[in-house]
Write a protein that binds this ligand. Structure first.
Ligand code: HEC
Ligand code: HEC
Length: 277
């Protein structure tokens, strides 16, 4: 009895073994696509983080494993390269991955290595959709609903537009996110959802590519307007301009008013006609 049992188990393990190794291979790709691709491309340029093409030739496996598990630990340990990389990428911390095993990370590195050699030739740029900043603003503040009914961005984020505050402070202020991350980077955040809170909100209610383009257009405008505001004392001029305009209008209307009082229109017509007679 017992021996047949063991025999049976042995056969099952033997049959499953190739499957298990296929899974191990797949894992690198799957993990990359699920947890890294929102911020990194392989051979298609930088997104939020650097392009990872040929990373396996540039950095030791040991370093990559440590960095992926906790990049901040590596940076704080005094690693000069990690520190300058962190500064070069606007001090955006890469989220820790304490749950990935060394084997899984090696799988990711193998996947990156394979992709580096194949994808270097093709330069596919993200779909160049033109965004409508007005529509982007409406989506951002929730006056227009997302097609898939996701929550408005301003339920968590604020954007300063012409000094007026338009959102919650639950998450980072997005007024200058375009400067920080670039348009492609912001698009990658909304489509790839690397942050847990955003993933929870939009994973089952994805924001469409056109909506992303609209929001990116809005955030680009907000970024520029804020920059303009910061360098010119715009606010005062607006106020003065408004006052001057009001005074001008008052003067203008009162002129009309006096004219009307002086004489009826037909009085002038009457006078002219008297002359021509
Ligand atoms: C939220 C965005 C984000 C996610 C998600 C992310 N990274 Fe990063 N990664 C960065 C940034 C930003 C840097 C630049 C260093 C820094 O700012 O700390 C970086 C740097 C790196 C580096 C060093 C690159 C170099 O040129 O030296 C490697 C390797 C790396 N990431 C791998 C990964 C892997 C693998 C994953 C998935 C498990 C991942 N990253 C997930 C943002 C991210
Ligand atoms: C449920 C709350 C929530 C909603 C809704 C939300 N976000 Fe986020 N978002 C976050 C959190 C949390 C972060 C991580 C940074 C932080 O901790 O503030 C983040 C980060 C970002 C970043 C990275 C910013 C940077 O400069 O590092 C961008 C860009 C962004 N969100 C855009 C959006 C856009 C666009 C929308 C609407 C489609 C949106 N978010 C909706 C919570 C949210």
């Amino acid at each position: 009895m017992k021996t047949t049992h063991y025999f049976f188990i042995a056969i099952v393990i033997f049959l499953l073994f190739p499957l298990v190794s296929v899974f191990a291979q797949k894992n690198g790709e799957t993990i990359f696509k699920e947890t890294c691709a929102a911020c990194h491309s392989i051979g298609k340029g930088k997104l939020i983080g650097p392009d990872l093409a040929n990373i396996q030739d540039r950095l030791s496996e040991e370093w990559i494993i440590k960095f992926i598990k906790s990049s901040q630990t590596v940076i704080k340990s005094g690693d000069k390269y990690a520190d300058s990389l962190f500064k070069a990428y606007n001090q955006i911390p890469m989220p820790d991955q304490p749950n990935l095993t060394d084997e899984q990370i090696k799988g990711i590195i193998t996947y990156i290595g394979g992709e580096s050699s194949t994808s270097n030739t093709s330069t596919v740029s993200p779909a160049a959709l033109t965004g409508d900043s007005k529509r982007g603003r409406d989506l951002f503040v929730g006056s227009t609903r997302f097609a898939n009914q996701g929550a408005a961005c301003n339920s968590c984020h604020n954007v300063d537009m012409n000094g007026s505050i338009s959102g919650a402070a639950l998450a980072i202020d997005l007024t200058h996110t375009i400067t920080r991350l670039s348009a492609a980077g912001v698009g990658a955040v909304v489509s790839g959802l690397p942050f847990p809170q955003m993933k929870e909100t939009y994973n089952s209610k994805p924001v469409t590519p056109q909506e992303i383009a609209d929001i990116v257009a809005f955030l680009t405008l907000a970024d520029m307007q804020e920059a303009a505001l910061a360098t010119t004392p715009y606010g005062n001029y607006l106020l003065l301009g408004g006052l001057a305009g009001a005074i001008f209008l008052l003067a203008f209307y009162s002129l009309f008013w006096f004219n009307r009082k002086k004489g009826a229109v037909n009085f002038f017509i009457f006078k002219r006609q008297m002359k021509s007679v």
